[in-house]
Design a protein around this ligand. Sequence first.
Ligand code: PEP
Length: 249
Amino acid sequence: MARKFFVGGNWKCNGTVAEVNKIVKLLNEADVPSEDVVEVVISPPFVFLPQVKAVLRSDFAVAAQNAWVRKGGAYTGEISAEMLINLEIPWVILGHSERRALLKESNEFVADKVAYALSQGLKVIACIGETLEQRGAGETLNVVSEQTKAIAEKIKDWSNVVLAYEPVWAIGTGKVATPVQAQEVHADLRSWLATNVSSDVAEPVRIIYGGSVNAGNCVELAGQPDVDGFLVGGASLKAEFVDIIRSAL
Ligand code: PEP
């Protein structure tokens, strides 16, 4: 089954109104493959979401970078899935390694967030990935399958989930996984899903790679059979993001 290539741009905690307008202009003027070929989702910080959504080309969608784990209420500083739906934000990134590490989000907490976001109608980019220490100890598959298992135990329908394999050692470090390393983990994850969830989930689910993707390394990575796209951090703030979108071809 053909899986549509997916490219997400995670702007993280970056940007000013002027910078946001500049990047959106660049994206709006970019010559990229059609929506039939590539799904592009841009994830600005919460405060810029309405601004970006209002002016971004209609063939690109937007994502929030987080959402609260349950219905909104007395949770100061949080943003609920209901609010995102109310603003017609279709996607949310959950479980990013920066939140797992800095804000101590556990596998279970991330899985609860994924389940709640899906239940409210959001589509989810669910991030998983091992640290350098875990890779060195030969624990990569254990770690990513535990992270995926926590999610699998709480959801039934995977049709609105994109799984982002983002090795922690590759995020923002300039040390990209080799195409062989990425393919190996993606294939292992797909096979884990086939065995532990179902082949009906494993085959169509998009497994995208994130971690120091740039214009120079995206084409070879995109050529791997189980790499269904990218989640891009640093390079999504630059003109080379357009080249990364074009690697879908
Ligand atoms: C990310 O933050 O999801 C990411 C992949 O970052 P970078 O591309 O900068 O490594």
